[in-house]
Design a protein around this ligand. Structure first.
Ligand SMILES: [Zn+2]
Length: 238
């Protein structure tokens, strides 16, 4: 490859390297995934909240069971202790039984309420669990896709870097450093070539006389207008 075409190929490689590195650093999939992970944390927090609410309701229901057992025990004790020959004792028993019946009624009422809430909560938990599972699957799939995309970008970068190094190796130290300097100065576009008598980047038409002078100097010169490296001929000798 001639020095001219090596320099042009180097520039092409450097531009695509810059593009790929930028694409890798700014992959929108990564920001999207971070957002999804935050949403996932929120789902997990919601599940914890529902779980705590369910545990509370289950505790209340258990307490109602205990209260019901106590009330039934009290009924048995009151009935056992009554002296049926004593009018006041019978009257006392009736009062006690009526109080206990009211207590049982309230327990039954509360239980119905708690059970309805519990059923509602379980429905929410099931829905959330199903949604979370689907969400998890989509995060896993997105992560896989993002990794694959990053992997192929990294492969492309590695290949370009490899090719770049071997191209640089074919250049002498002076050409190498003037390429690096021009690439830096002109933000990656330090090399141009001639199209007729017009350089491809600055597009300033060269006079026939200055073109002749440049061509006498060799295949690679400096553009008299923009001072980029100007490739006059890509044929050159091997
Ligand atoms: Zn120029």
């Amino acid at each position: 490859m001639s020095v001219g075409s090596t320099l042009l190929k180097l520039q092409e490689l450097d531009l695509s390297l810059e593009r790929d590195r930028k694409a890798l650093a700014e992959m929108p999939e990564i920001a999207e995934l971070a957002k999804k992970r935050r949403a996932y944390q929120k789902l997990k927090a919601d599940a914890t909240k529902l779980y705590a609410q369910r545990k509370d309701l289950e505790t209340y229901l258990k307490e109602l069971d205990d209260q019901e057992m106590d009330a039934n025990d009290d009924i048995r004790i009151a009935q056992r202790n009554v002296d049926s020959s004593d009018y006041r004792s019978v009257q006392q028993l009736e009062l006690e039984l009526s109080d206990l019946a009211k207590k049982l009624e309230r327990i039954a009422f509360d239980r119905k309420d708690y059970e309805a809430k519990l059923a509602e909560l379980k429905k929410k938990e099931d829905y959330l669990a199903e949604y979370t599972a689907k969400f998890e699957a989509s995060v896993i799939a997105d992560t896989k896709r993002a990794r694959e995309k990053a992997g192929s970008l990294k492969d492309a970068i590695d290949a370009s870097e490899h090719q770049r190094a071997s191209l640089l190796n074919t250049l002498d130290a002076g050409t190498r450093s003037s390429y690096e300097a021009a690439a830096k100065r002109f933000r990656g576009l330090g090399v141009e070539r001639l199209e007729g008598n017009v350089p491809t980047v600055c597009r300033m038409t060269l006079q026939a006389s200055s073109l002749d002078a440049l061509k006498h100097a060799g295949d690679v010169a400096e553009c008299p207008y923009c001072h980029r490296i100007l490739i006059l001929s890509e044929d050159g000798e091997e």
